[in-house]
Design a protein around this ligand. Structure first.
Ligand code: MG
Length: 335
């Protein structure tokens, strides 16, 4: 550390420069490091890593700039932060996280990002930088080794594998039908990673309750949570979080790439950094009414296995997965 650094007041404009902040919470102090072009949303994510208080539960206090801290899209470089002042966070760790998930306000409905804008978001330098930083920060713990020669299936949880809004005495009643059959069949050709926009505590609990982590017929390679996501900005839709698969590709380049990865999620915007690798699954809601009729995972099993023989599955249009015809596809490729 340079001797003069402690006396310098950290004022804008700062972008690439690192900023060190002291955040007080619950009688303790935490050190958070940020870049000027990080947003308040990112700051909350870092604080969550240290305190486990979810970003949506955090209220940040700082002399004179309280209102700007309420907006997740505010860039840190625009705030007059001083190294001599401390930030205070008020927020509670989730104790009963299941109740919380049900009580939480309804998620924002999915929205379409136009094709052109999506390309724009993915190619923006600022987003590539965010991804690089996430690659440096986020540690993926392997539950089981990656397997050579397998493709990669990345799965969302809420509304994809599980109806998290309905209530039931037993979580198994809210599990999407055919989940274990689906995972068993997919495992023959794909390594499986679960990626949910909630906390790791909840991801693990949910997967355990559904028996996904203990099923003898398949193995889960890794679990990822909301801290692995990045926040991007779109002109038409403002800021939102997404799941950049580049994080996984950067970590395991000898196994996974854009060519052999497919992600299922009920929210299309989660694919915005890798639109060619996303398949928008029909949401599984109202489990009690739909449990007997939902066959989405059966149909998707057929698709997954049919495309598994292709060297590059990113050339497909996964929006049209239901009309995918293997023989047609092969014929077209030959001509
Ligand atoms: Mg979901």
């Amino acid at each position: 550390m340079a001797a003069g650094a402690s006396s310098s007041s950290l004022t804008s404009p700062l972008t690439e420069e690192e900023i060190t902040l002291t955040v007080k919470w619950s009688g303790k102090e935490y050190t958070v490091r940020l870049c000027g072009d990080d947003s308040v949303g990112e700051l909350k994510r870092r604080i969550c890593q240290l305190t486990t208080v979810l970003p949506k539960r955090q209220k940040l206090l700082y002399p004179k700039i309280g209102s700007k801290l309420a907006d997740d899209s505010t860039l840190i470089s625009t705030l007059p932060l001083k190294s001599s002042l401390k930030m205070t966070m008020i927020g509670t760790v989730e104790d009963d996280i299941i109740v919380d998930e049900i009580d939480a306000p309804d998620i924002v409905d999915d929205f379409e990002i136009g094709q052109e804008e999506a390309v724009d978001i993915k190619d923006k330098d600022v987003n590539k930088q965010k991804l690089r930083r996430r690659v440096d920060q986020y540690k993926i713990e392997l539950k089981n080794p990656c397997r050579k020669g397998k493709k990669l299936l990345v799965l969302d949880i809420d509304y994809t594998l599980f109806d998290h809004r309905s209530t039931a005495e037993n979580p198994l009643q809210l599990m999407r039908p055919y989940l274990h059959q689906f995972l068993t069949a997919a495992y023959a050709e794909y390594d499986i990673i679960i990626w949910s926009a909630t906390s790791m505590k909840w991801v693990e609990l949910k997967m355990e309750q559904l028996g996904v982590l203990s099923n003898p017929n398949y193995k889960i390679t890794a679990l990822l949570d909301h801290l692995a996501m990045i926040t991007v900005q779109s002109d038409s839709r403002g800021i939102f979080d997404c799941k950049p698969l580049g994080l996984i590709w950067a970590r395991f380049p000898e196994f996974y790439s854009s060519k052999n990865t497919i992600m299922f999620d009920d929210l299309r915007r989660n694919f915005v950094m890798n639109p060619q690798n996303g398949l928008t699954i029909r949401p599984f809601r109202k489990a009690h009414a739909n449990r007997d009729s939902d066959r989405e995972l059966v149909k998707l099993t057929q698709y997954l296995l049919a495309i598994a023989e292709l060297d590059d599955i990113s050339i497909l249009d996964h929006n049209k997965w239901e009309s995918y015809d293997e023989s047609n596809f092969k014929r077209r490729r030959q001509t």
